[in-house]
Design a protein around this ligand. Structure first.
Ligand SMILES: Cc1cc2nc3c(=O)[nH]c(=O)nc-3n(C[C@H](O)[C@H](O)[C@H](O)COP(=O)(O)OP(=O)(O)OC[C@H]3O[C@@H](n4cnc5c(N)ncnc54)[C@H](O)[C@@H]3O)c2cc1C
Length: 432
């Protein structure tokens, strides 16, 4: 049974938005609240507005990209796969470049993060001007509706809530390495200026893009990084032969068709088949999420890492203790815990990725979190991205365990926003 938290008693429907009396419990008369103004929140808002859905959108536009990713980073996704979806033409990354007087670019152009941030803000100003740059403090249940409290203290009722709060709440820190003070160990998502580590010895844990790019940027900023990777070797992508997939010879295109996730039939299936992936057994979906586009560095990183940054492959960190103002790491060979070595560093940087866990979304009241049915921490979602709590939607990374790897990338915004906005407009209730 939904709980009455007192919200319905306290709040009135604003005049002109469904009446002036007390709430009578119709979610359709109340705004849909989108929490998040990153690519997924912005795309969702754009598609909701096209569907004529009353909405309020909260968040700092492109905050994760400007505050939780390193300055000087390049996108691993190609320009053609880095556009935020809108129902109308004219809002793609290439349109932004044209508006700024820049020419077209293809697959061999790594997009600088600064360009992506500027593009996202340009998109927001033109397509989602209603964004309120405020933080939502909490979401509670209120007679089948949602009570929303902002940091400013404002409280209001919402008929539906879309969680587009992104990756940062899901930053994964191995529990055995988190007992140290923040000046000795931190997750990559806590940094945008790696230059602060200049002159320091930094142990970087991980083998993916984030680890390898952080190591390159640290090295270029005058720090002394060492990468520690469980993988037997670190992998880098291969530079695209041509700027446009359509310029590749026909046999190559048949064998490896282009897709927003990269060339190949399996990547094409992941990029286009989110609706089908949802029907696969959950173990298969979770395995796909781990293995498709597994850890590797972008092709342009190879020359910035190889022969410049020491990489200790096939090793894991067993323990980390504070010592002499730095950190002493006990490193063991993967599969042979007897082979150990010691590494001393000034800081341990965890490039250990992100794991979806609804319990980490403390923005949602505990009783609401308990109501969300999950599998391995991820919310069960309907084909319209609705959770087991009617009216509560999840998009972006939180939806990747359901719809597959494309939801980890900006390229998934079209699939997600179109479906989600359609489900909200239809007011349909389908079991997740
Ligand atoms: C290092 C790194 C590199 C990446 N490179 C690429 C790449 O090359 N290509 C690619 O496609 N993807 C890349 N990604 C993934 C990409 O970041 C995500 O796909 C994308 O940002 C997800 O968008 P989002 O809108 O879900 O979340 P985010 O971009 O994380 O946005 C979250 C939004 O939620 C808001 N928010 C959070 N909490 C609150 C609150 N309480 N109240 C109000 N607002 C709130 C924030 O202000 C922000 O606006 C990369 C990720 C990382 C970490």
């Amino acid at each position: 049974m939904p709980m009455n938290t007192g919200f319905t008693a306290r709040y009135r429907v604003p005049r002109g938005k469904g009446g002036s009396g007390r709430v009578h419990g119709s979610p359709r008369r109340l705004p849909t609240v989108v929490i998040g103004a990153g690519p997924y929140g912005l795309a969702t808002a754009a598609w909701l507005s096209a569907a004529g859905t009353e909405r309020r959108v909260f968040g700092e536009p492109m905050e994760c990209w400007s505050a939780n990713m390193p300055d000087g980073m390049f996108l691993k996704s190609v320009p053609a796969a880095s556009s935020v979806s809108a129902p109308e033409a004219g809002y793609r990354l290439e349109d932004f470049r044209t508006a700024r007087g820049h020419g077209p670019v293809g697959d061999r152009y790594p997009v600088p993060v600064e360009e992506m941030i500027a593009y996202g803000r340009w998109f927001q100003e033109r397509r989602v001007p209603e964004v309120e740059r405020r933080r939502v403090r909490s979401i509670g249940r209120a007679d089948g509706l949602f009570g929303v409290t902002l940091d400013s203290g404002e409280e209001f009722l919402a008929g539906r809530v879309v969680m587009a709060t992104g990756l940062v709440p899901f930053a994964h820190e191995p529990p055995e390495l988190t007992g140290l003070p923040a000046e000795l160990v931190s997750h990559t998502s806590r940094h945008h200026d790696l230059g602060r580590f200049s002159g320091q010895r930094i142990a970087v844990l991980g083998a993916g893009q984030s680890a390898l790019e952080s190591a390159a940027l640290l090295h270029e900023a005058g720090a002394f990084p060492t990468v520690i990777a469980r993988a037997r070797s670190v992998a880098f992508g291969t530079p695209p032969d041509t700027d446009r997939p359509s310029d590749r010879p026909r046999p190559v295109r048949v064998l490896k068709p282009g897709s927003p996730l990269g060339p190949g039939w399996s990547l094409l299936a992941c990029a286009r088949g989110g609706g089908v992936i949802r029907h696969l057994p959950q173990d298969v979906r979770l395995r796909m999420l781990r293995s498709v586009l597994g850890p590797s560095g972008g092709w342009w990183l190879r020359e910035r890492v190889e022969d410049r940054v020491p990489v200790l492959c096939g090793r894991g960190v067993r323990s980390a203790v504070a010592e002499d103002g730095g950190v002493r790491l006990e490193i063991e060979a993967v599969g042979d815990g007897r082979r150990t070595e010691t590494l001393r560093a000034d800081h341990l940087l965890l490039a250990t990725g992100y794991r979806v866990d609804v319990d980490r979304l403390t923005l949602l009241a505990p009783e609401l979190r308990r109501e969300v049915e999950t599998f391995h921490g991820a919310p069960r979602l309907s084909s319209g991205f609705e959770s087991s709590v009617p009216g509560l939607f999840f998009t972006g990374l939180a939806a990747a365990p359901t719809f597959g790897p494309v939801l980890r990338f900006v390229a998934g915004t079209g699939f997600a926003a179109r479906r989600l906005a359609g489900a909200v407009a239809a007011g349909s209730r389908e079991r997740p």
